[in-house]
Design a protein around this ligand. Structure first.
Ligand code: HSE
Length: 328
């Protein structure tokens, strides 16, 4: 059976999740895809810490070791920040490797460029994990766009802050207690300022804007307000009135064709579609011309939901490459 060699760049929560799923699903993936996947290298900053038992021999802190691996075909990337992630993926694509990323900071800025480069090199870019964790928003929207136009997107795109708002409302946790819980559960970014300030949701929104409208608004014109502007008193007052705060990201194309976006807390009542979306869940509503409004919802952060969609991207890419659609 043919062997596909892969590398994992970054071995934090998401990188480890990929490794676990690939191991747990090894036999099933082999049967469904007709190929054997071998993780040949794992890139980390500190090779002295094994993190997952039995992976020491795969660890390297030198990206050159990855590209020196004969027959490498797939690169999973779960690093934080734009660099060195962008340079690594560019190099991977130029080396004719398929790339699968969870890096929204990098992809919001460089996604279009990497996809263009991938086209000219005959490889695929999987980026389902960059937006809304385990929610299959990218593949759903790609499908919808085959027939529909999307005019507006509104959603909860950050799991950490939705979890925090839920716990503060339901269990009267303080802001810092709720944040600590979200960090312990592996939901928050390495620097949780990105979650609570709205920057994480903003980057995800820009990726959706690229997909829906083929362009992004001018970043400097987008108002981004985080949940760090809300006080415990604000939340208590909302609860008293039977209302809920949701951290909402929205982007739309106005009548003149201009792309307008905003990220901010929104107070919603029981009739609002985002009212019941609690815990780490994300939800994305898309307004389309033929379907009407379609909303997808599911876990928006966490090791397994995020890693799962990356392995799904891998299965889809291998299926496309072999000219078949992967089904169960
Ligand atoms: N910190 C992010 C969140 C992780 O809470 O949504 C998933 O992108």
């Amino acid at each position: 059976m043919a062997v596909i060699k892969a590398a994992i760049l970054g071995f934090g929560t998401v990188g480890q999740g990929i490794y676990h799923i690939l191991n747990e699903k090894r036999e099933e993936l082999r049967q469904k895809l007709g190929v054997e996947l071998e993780v040949a290298k794992i890139v980390v900053r500190d090779t002295s810490r094994e993190r997952v038992a039995g992976t020491q021999h795969l660890l390297t802190d030198n990206i050159d070791d990855v590209f020196a691996e004969p027959g490498l075909q797939v690169v999973f990337e779960a690093i934080v920040n734009e660099e060195p992630a962008y340079s690594y993926l560019k190099r991977a694509i130029e080396n004719r490797c398929h790339v699968i990323t969870a890096n929204k900071v990098m992809f919001a800025k460089r996604g279009m460029e990497l996809q263009e480069l991938a086209k000219t090199n005959g490889v695929f870019v999987g980026y389902e994990a960059t937006v809304a964790g385990g929610v299959p928003i990218i593949k759903t929207m790609k499908n919808i766009l085959l027939v529909n136009d999307v005019s507006r997107i509104q959603g909860i795109l950050n799991g950490t802050t939705n979890y925090m708002l839920t716990k503060m409302r339901q269990e009267n946790l303080r802001y810092d207690e709720a944040l600590a819980e979200a960090q312990n559960l592996g939901y928050a970014e390495a620097d949780p300022f990105n979650d609570v300030s709205g920057q994480d949701a903003f980057k995800k929104l820009m990726i959706l804007s690229d997909l829906a409208f083929d362009e992004q608004p001018d970043w400097s014109e987008v108002e981004v307000v985080g949940i760090d502007t809300l006080t415990e008193e604000d939340l208590a007052a909302a609860k008293e009135q039977g209302l809920r705060y949701r951290h909402v990201a929205e982007v739309e194309k106005d009548a003149s064709g201009k792309i307008i976006a905003r990220v901010a807390p929104l107070l919603v009542n029981a009739e609002h579609p985002l009212y019941p979306i609690d815990d780490v869940f994300n939800a994305v509503a898309m307004e389309t011309n033929y379907i009407g409004t379609l909303t997808v919802t599911g876990p928006g952060a966490g090791m397994y939901p995020t890693a799962s969609v990356m392995v799904e991207d891998y299965a889809e890419i291998i299926g496309k490459r072999a000219g078949f659609t992967v089904t169960i």
